[in-house]
Design a protein around this ligand. Structure first.
Ligand code: GAR
Length: 213
């Protein structure tokens, strides 16, 4: 994405509580879209129950829901998600707790401008249970990773990472507490990354994401 003066258009995809989405909404509201460099033009979800959709509606944003079970095949779901997202002409698509792996069609349209936030220090602990897996492994530090999405599971080029200590109290039962500490760091990291990408542009060279100073 090249740096320009234009305010970038963001579509955010969610599945759950949407606190990362809220952090983006709050930062854009506080700084103003021009200074932030971007505004959210729509929020999509893979389920009607995603609380993130309520946050979007409260902010006056259009929403869309694209459920796997409403489509005969996974490929058709993927194409429908791509179509619904494309309708809002995003410069950047942000997966903020979107718990689905997109397919070929979505990546063909949005590859290189589709980012995800993951609650672990990739390449360790990819997948749906990054927090639990790091705890079970006995890691002493974990954290969060914002990365571009490719056709693997959490394997795309890394943009930024934040580190969180695992403490004695973080037993398996403490997964939720550790996840909350990670999300504290993650929300700030995601906001910083989106602002940076939107304002200054970026280049992806192989596995390296080059961000202008
Ligand atoms: C975040 O911690 C995000 O990294 C994680 O879901 C949480 C969403 O929180 N995503 C994944 O685990 C994807 N593999 P939120 O709904 O409060 O923003």
């Amino acid at each position: 994405m090249a740096p320009t003066e234009a305010v970038k258009r963001l579509v955010v995809l969610v599945s759950g509580s949407g606190t990362n989405l809220q952090a983006l909404l709050d930062a854009i509201a506080a700084e103003g879209p021009e200074r932030f460099g971007a505004r959210i033009v729509a929020v999509g979800a893979d389920r009607h129950s995603a609380t993130g959709l309520d946050r979007a509606r409260a902010a006056g944003l259009p929403t869309f829901v694209c459920r796997v079970k409403d489509h005969p095949t996974r490929e058709q779901w993927d194409a429908a998600l791509a179509e619904a997202t494309a309708a809002y002409q995003p410069d950047l698509v942000v997966s903020a707790g979107f718990m689905k792996i997109v397919g070929k069609e979505f990546l063909a349209r949005f590859g290189g401008r589709f980012i995800n936030t993951h609650p672990a220090l990739l390449p360790s602990f990819p997948g749906a249970h990054g927090v639990r897996d790091a705890l079970a492994y006995g890691a002493k530090v974990t954290g969060c990773t914002v990365h571009f999405v490719d056709d693997g599971v959490d394997t795309g080029p890394i943009i930024a990472q934040g580190v969180v200590d695992v403490v004695e109290e973080d037993t398996a039962e403490g997964e939720a507490a550790l996840h909350e500490r990670i999300k504290d760091v993650e929300r700030r990291l995601l906001v910083d990354v989106v602002r940076q990408l939107a304002r200054h542009g970026y280049r992806i060279q192989g596995r390296k994401v080059l961000l202008p100073a």
